[in-house]
Design a protein around this ligand. Structure first.
Ligand code: HEC
Ligand code: HEC
Length: 299
């Protein structure tokens, strides 16, 4: 009996040691990844000042998700807040109190949106720059010009505080810092002409890849909390619905959040994309017709 208890004690001791070692590894590995800095010298982008370009900037801010994470008034918004993942808020992007951007140069804006890097070289967490790096110079210029024109909102910055699950995901590189996946010296903004073409659709659909995957086959959304549903397969494979849909079905799903059979899309599928204009949505549809059929989640 005594020997058995001694063995049990050793076993518990070994387990406790493993746990401590594991937690220490996660702590330091994730910290090192989060604190990585990037020396990025972005190419300047011309900012327009005409009303048409500013309206375009506003449309981009609404339909590319900026409001979702930075708030309707751009004063900052909650993105994640739970015990496992921790607390992540999109910061204040206006010139009001609690914002950092008031003193920024135009190049600082380009560095943040196209490269996911703060002026001091720190990699921005969860800020989907890997998608925005492809924004054309015209679109990025319009977006920045618009953001610089929005009314000031006073709202304090909520510091990012990652929970244990998020730290493990960062340590294991299941969550990657956008700045670490961008090829900074070779960022190549798209040169596109808006129109109902597959080429323009591919450009607009860059904003769908974070959830639907690089080949749009859907499946588990790695950046999301564990309770998020899987993203749908948007390729024309039998494991998805889109091979059977018409353009009208697709537009209805995007605009009204309803499938042809009347079922509602889960709210994790952002409704803001429904505000994309006809050219953008029809172009995405044209592009989706051209992507290879891939089984769901085979990224
Ligand atoms: C999925 C959520 C999300 C979306 C969508 C998003 N952002 Fe962010 N953004 C963040 C978070 C979180 C930070 C803060 C990251 C940090 O401090 O590490 C951030 C930081 C920034 C910063 C740096 C500001 C500062 O004070 O450090 C800028 C500029 C910015 N975002 C602009 C944009 C624009 C423009 C868009 C839309 C084209 C956008 N963001 C879309 C989450 C998001
Ligand atoms: C924040 C994550 C996220 C983003 C970004 C996103 N989606 Fe989705 N989408 C989802 C999820 C999750 C579902 C599954 C919803 C459900 O199961 O009800 C979905 C479902 C869909 C569906 C329904 C397909 C079906 O078979 O029911 C379509 C169409 C769609 N998305 C298109 C898009 C397009 C186009 C974009 C880019 C403009 C996009 N999504 C961006 C998460 C996202």
């Amino acid at each position: 009996m005594a020997r058995f208890f001694k063995f049990l004690l050793y076993l518990l001791g070994a387990l406790a040691l493993l746990l401590v070692l594991g937690a220490t590894w996660v702590h330091f590995t994730s910290r090192a990844k989060l604190d990585r800095t990037f020396a990025v010298t972005p190419r300047p982008v011309a900012l327009p000042s005409d009303p048409v370009a500013l309206a375009r900037g506003r449309h981009l801010a609404q339909t590319r998700g900026c409001n979702e994470c930075h708030g309707q008034d751009f004063g900052g918004n909650k993105v994640i807040e739970d015990g496992a993942m921790g607390r992540v808020h999109g910061p204040n992007l206006t010139r009001g109190k609690g914002s950092r951007v008031a003193s920024w140069t135009d190049t600082d804006w380009v560095r943040a949106i196209r490269h996911g890097v703060a002026p001091d070289g720190r990699a921005l967490f969860l800020m989907p720059a890997e998608e925005y790096q492809f924004l054309s110079d015209d679109d990025l210029g319009a977006l920045i010009a618009y953001l610089k024109s929005v009314p000031a909102v006073d709202r304090a910055r909520v510091p990012i505080d990652l929970g244990p699950v998020a730290r493990v995901l960062v340590a294991l590189e299941k969550i990657k810092l956008p700045a670490s996946v961008i090829d900074h010296p070779n960022v190549k903004p798209a040169a596109v002409t808006p129109g109902i073409t597959a080429e323009y659709g591919r450009y607009v659909a860059a904003t769908c890849l974070g959830c639907h995957g690089p080949n749009l086959s859907g499946g588990k959304i790695e950046v999301g909390p564990p309770n998020w549903p899987e993203a749908a397969n948007l390729t024309p494979h039998a494991s998805g619905n889109l091979a059977k849909w018409s353009e009208a079905d697709f537009l209805q799903a995007m605009r009204a959040g309803k499938r042809p059979d009347g079922t509602e899309l889960n709210p994790v599928m952002p409704r803001v994309f429904g505000q994309m204009d006809d050219t953008e949505l029809k172009a995405i549809w044209a592009y989706l017709r051209t992507v290879p059929a891939v089984p769901k989640g085979a990224r």
